[in-house]
Design a protein around this ligand. Structure first.
Ligand code: DGY
Length: 318
């Protein structure tokens, strides 16, 4: 009998096509709640999930046959890894294939914040553009500014790499220091968290969400940043405290913020929506057709490997 695979959400069809060749696949195209997932998952041997699926202990314990959870994302904070491990369930993610697209979104936010793109756009559309002015909507130069990266993994490095075009010195902070060769390649200097806050003109969050990084950026940290600095988060919203960021923007403690992610996604702090010194995107980090297709194929490949007794290509638990 064919093994059974559940695809929990709407994703590029290539994954469904690939998996259907070998397995019996059920493709759900609407978001499941935790209770719905727990009720549906029982007969499946593998599940292809997205970051919006709560793969909690309750859900994982409802699936006695489950061998693999293949997350359609590089982040996997939606999955209870401990429970998965204790039940012998392989967990996989989709690193590498989305690195460049996600770094592009971070840069879209950087440029937008520095040059006040949303404010200008809104003015033009609401006929507020009355003609060129020497002091009209002044932004900030980016060339030669210091780019700080919190979390110097694949995406953090790709964000830093793009900084070469703007001749930016790079500062980074994470748990471990990279090799000298890596630092040289990216023109990057390892600094303490405090130094990162104090010296960055642009501070880009690119770390995964972990107990250690949760609420790493609160009022205390925003107060240590330069008044002209730009805060970017295209990683996970829970890494900054949204109410504190709102306060920092309202009081001009920092210049601007560019966000692709939110603390209680998809809910957004209503005051944040009213502020003009921020650029807000609806979690589009990996949202290009090419990248999402590669993510779908990689997730499907991981499932195929696990269900045929082989090692997945990109396991989360090594
Ligand atoms: C990820 O893969 O974790 C991204 O946030 C998806 O866009």
């Amino acid at each position: 009998m064919k093994k059974r695979v559940l695809i929990t959400n709407l994703i590029p069809e290539t994954a469904y096509q690939k998996l259907s060749r070998r397995f019996q696949v059920v493709w759900n195209k609407k978001q499941f709640s935790e209770t719905q997932l727990a009720a549906k998952i029982k007969p499946f041997h593998a599940v292809l999930t997205t970051l919006a699926d709560p793969m909690t202990a309750k859900v994982l314990s409802s699936a006695p046959n489950l061998q693999c959870v293949a997350n359609f994302a590089v982040g996997f904070n939606n999955i209870d890894l401990q429970t998965a491990k204790s039940r012998g369930i392989q967990v996989t993610n989709t690193p590498d294939v989305l690195t460049e697209a996600t770094a592009d979104i971070a840069w879209a936010l950087i440029l937008s914040c520095a040059r006040r793109v949303p404010e200008g756009e809104k003015l033009v559309r609401t006929t507020g553009f009355k003609g060129w002015g020497a002091l009209f909507l002044l932004g900030q130069d980016l060339f030669g500014k210091t780019l700080g990266i919190y979390g110097f993994g694949r995406i953090g490095k790709a964000v830093a790499w793009r900084g070469r075009g703007w001749n930016m010195p790079i500062l980074y902070h994470q748990r471990h220091r990279e090799s000298l060769a890596v630092e040289k390649r990216y023109n990057a200097k390892y600094v303490s968290f405090e130094t990162l806050l104090k010296r960055s003109d642009i501070l880009s969050v690119n770390s995964p969400l972990t107990p250690e990084t949760k609420y790493r950026f609160t009022s205390k940290e925003f107060k240590q940043m330069k008044p002209k600095s730009i805060f970017i988060n295209a990683s996970r919203g829970l890494i900054h405290r949204e109410a504190d960021l709102v306060k920092a923007l309202q009081t001009k403690t920092i210049f601007s913020a560019g966000l692709d992610v939110y603390e209680h996604e998809p809910k957004i702090n209503p005051t944040l929506l009213k502020l003009s010194n921020c650029t807000l995107m609806p979690h589009l980090g990996s949202a290009t057709l090419e990248t999402r297709t590669k993510m779908a194929l990689l997730a499907a490949e991981n499932i195929e490997l696990v269900l045929t007794g082989r090692k997945p290509k990109t396991p989360v638990i090594k």
